[in-house]
Design a protein around this ligand. Structure first.
Ligand code: C2E
Ligand code: MG
Ligand code: MG
Ligand code: MG
Length: 296
């Protein structure tokens, strides 16, 4: 019988499997070439302080500049990069590139009074599992000159389920460097308050699904409120992801949320746009300071 004969479930399944894994290894090869040919780029999405409304930093988000498909979103290639191990090399590139770009942001090279703009970088479980991961981070900081406290690494709960001891060790190594570690996509999986207590996270990012559903779904609203209460009890600052409407803001402020990221404040943008945004932000702050000085 033919491989794609639906009358023969096993052969049919095997045929489909082959097809899927063939497509996957073709994609993996393309990704490898893309990395060698420098076809990935980082976009930066602003993060805002809900008190002052000011920009505090940016999350670096990888995209693939494909010759015929245009800009490809990470959800379409990160899973394959993870499955094939390519995420190690891709992740190292992302880290170096994010540090290099962030080190060039205005306040960051002058060591400005407000302490500079942070850059957040997503880290995959395979990267954290590398024996020399902490050194990789240290190398990226040294090569770029970025101040360690301006780098934040975002880990997901997928990293928590592996080896607790090992993760704790890596996190402590990163802390010694002065780097911050955030828990990403909180609420989307099984990560619990226990995880927040067991690991020294500097920040918690509430998954955008909850923020998005907050106004229509009472359970999502309760989840956001409970997370903010828990985090406050543990002394961990919270950032809400996926804030796309003014109405989200009112509820988040009411629950004591201090920071947010989402289309309301800005979409992920090219590095040059992020630099322009910082320049505008600096001008705004300088004007506000001058006005405050004049009125004294
Ligand atoms: P994430 O780390 O949770 O990043 C936030 C995602 O939410 C981004 O999608 C961002 O564009 C999107 N987003 C932000 N604000 C809004 C909003 O208001 N509304 C909506 N609908 N979406 C919003 P993006 O860039 O497509 O990235 C998707 C995921 O891919 C990321 O989720 C992260 O898990 C992964 N990823 C991205 N870059 C990297 C990377 O360099 N390394 C690794 N390991 N994963 C990455
Ligand atoms: Mg993230
Ligand atoms: Mg997230
Ligand atoms: Mg995510």
């Amino acid at each position: 019988r033919a491989k794609d004969d639906p009358q023969d479930p096993v052969r049919f399944y095997e045929g489909r499997m082959d097809e899927a894994s063939r497509a996957r290894s073709a994609l993996a090869m393309e990704l490898r070439d893309a990395l060698r040919e420098d076809r990935f780029e980082l976009h930066f999405q602003p993060q805002a302080d809900l008190g002052s409304g000011g920009v505090t930093g940016f999350e670096a988000l990888v995209r693939w500049r494909h010759p015929s498909r245009g800009l490809v979103a990470p959800d379409e290639f990160i899973p394959v990069a993870e499955a094939t191990g390519l995420i190690r090399d891709l992740g190292a590139w992302v880290l170096q590139e994010a540090c290099r770009i962030a080190a060039g942001w205005p306040e960051n090279c002058r060591g400005g009074a407000r302490g500079g703009y942070r850059v957040s970088v997503n880290v995959s479980p395979l990267q954290l599992a590398q024996p020399d991961y902490v050194e990789t981070v240290q190398d990226a900081l040294l090569a770029s000159g970025l101040a360690p406290e301006l780098l934040e690494l975002e880990v997901t709960e997928a990293s928590l389920v592996a080896d607790h001891e090992r993760l704790l060790e890596v996190m402590q190594g990163l802390k010694r460097l002065g780097v911050r570690v955030a828990m990403d996509d909180y609420g989307a999986g099984l990560a619990s308050m226990h995880a927040l207590r067991s690991f020294p996270f500097d920040r918690l990012k509430i998954d955008r699904a909850f923020v998005d559903g907050m106004l229509s779904d009472p359970q999502a609203l309760a989840m956001v409120e409970a997370t903010l209460l828990q985090a406050r009890a543990l002394g961990i600052p919270v950032l809400a992801e996926g804030v796309s409407e003014e109405t989200h803001l009112a509820a988040l402020r009411r629950f004591g949320c201090r920071e947010a990221q989402g289309y309301l404040f800005g979409r992920p943008m090219q590095a040059a746009e992020a630099a322009k945004l910082i320049t505008r932000e600096e001008a705004r702050l300088a004007a506000a300071a001058a006005a405050a000085g004049a009125s004294r």
